[in-house]
Design a protein. Structure first.
Length: 50
């Protein structure tokens, strides 16, 4: 899902410009996916810094 959204964002940014409202929306959606991935991944990886 992350790679698909990233590809969509790149295409929208090329077509409409990086600061277009649609590119910003796609960027926010990608951020949400990345944050969710990081939240899940960080929970599963034990911290090595104690």
């Amino acid at each position: 899902m992350i790679e698909t959204k990233r590809a969509e964002l790149i295409q929208v940014a090329i077509t409409n410009g990086l600061t277009s409202s649609v590119a910003i929306r796609y960027s926010q959606e990608l951020d949400k996916l990345l944050n969710e991935y990081n939240r899940i991944y960080i929970k599963k990886v034990p911290s090595t810094a104690h």
